[in-house]
Design a protein around this ligand. Sequence first.
Ligand SMILES: Cc1ncc(COP(=O)(O)O)c(C=O)c1O
Length: 363
Amino acid sequence: MADLRAQYQSIKGELDDAVCEVMETGRFILGENVENLEKEIARYSGAAYGIGVNSGTDAIGLALAAVGIGHGDEVITTPFTFVATSEVIALLGAKPVYVDIDPVTFNLDPNRIESKITDKTKAILPVHLYGQPADVERISEIARRHGLRVIYDGAQAIGAEAVGKPIGAYGDALTLSFFPTKNLGGAGDGGMVLTNDAEVAEKLRALRFHGSGGTYAYRYVGYCSRLDALQAAILRRKLPHLTAWTEARRTHAEEYRLLLADLPITLPDETAGSKHVYHQFTIRSAERDRLREYLKAAEIDTGVYYPGPLHVEEAYRYLGYRVGDFPEAERACREVLSIPIFPEMSDEQLAHVAGSIRSFCDQ
Ligand SMILES: Cc1ncc(COP(=O)(O)O)c(C=O)c1O
């Protein structure tokens, strides 16, 4: 699905230097590389402030905590995503309230949000799934009207744009993950919160450092969630390549669109005015499982993101949802198949994947 060794080989000298430089300094937690990375990624993403943390999961949790989400609050979110969003809401003592997805974009359907708002609702937590921005205009408008905070989970969407602006321009905060397979991936765990709100940024700096921001005076009950210098140094060397890597993903996506155009599968949508960064190229097929087996036999790795909707997972059963509550999310779980897409992918590799899908459909 992704060839991390190919990426390393393409910039090995730069990454090796970055690691050695940090080892020479002996400074491993936060520090200059983290501060510079925070500024560079904030600028890249159209936000004023960046706060580096331990993971994309922590980024979401700390962002929610920083805007005051806590016990008894309700947070509207999607059941069709990685578990991190639901998990951090629940760990804060708040309640995930699910809204079904738009079957075309796979993102939270804004038409269904308002009917779920109660006097306990404090925030909306949409995900820019697969690298396709959520409907930021409609969501901002609903949030404004109801006085809600909005935290966007951009773990899969660094570099994406919505309504002509980088996604860091929207909401109270945008969270990123630097998990190794993400579009900008480290050599371990890492994440960042981006925000345009100076107060939220200051609180986040304190929260990631035991609620103190680095002194021995504790303003908040905090976390130990700092980005480390080795990750930051590696990510800083990778960041200047990200635009070219994103363009390569987008070119591969166009090639797939041409090669798969007339087949009985659904290709991913790219919303007009948005820039999709194709963390995943996710097709839909009513015969997903058979197609997946067929591709496996042709030595093609695929992914199912995600095989089950969160509202029926054992850990979230206490919320009281049932099968059938979110039919679009449930259908997506049965039909989605992510096929290989990564910047270093060769024309031959892409043609092999597309040709194998075509021969499956022609059977
Ligand atoms: C949509 C989404 N949200 C959150 C996360 C969590 O990020 P991390 O693995 O860095 O904690 C991921 C990554 O797996 C993700 O894909």
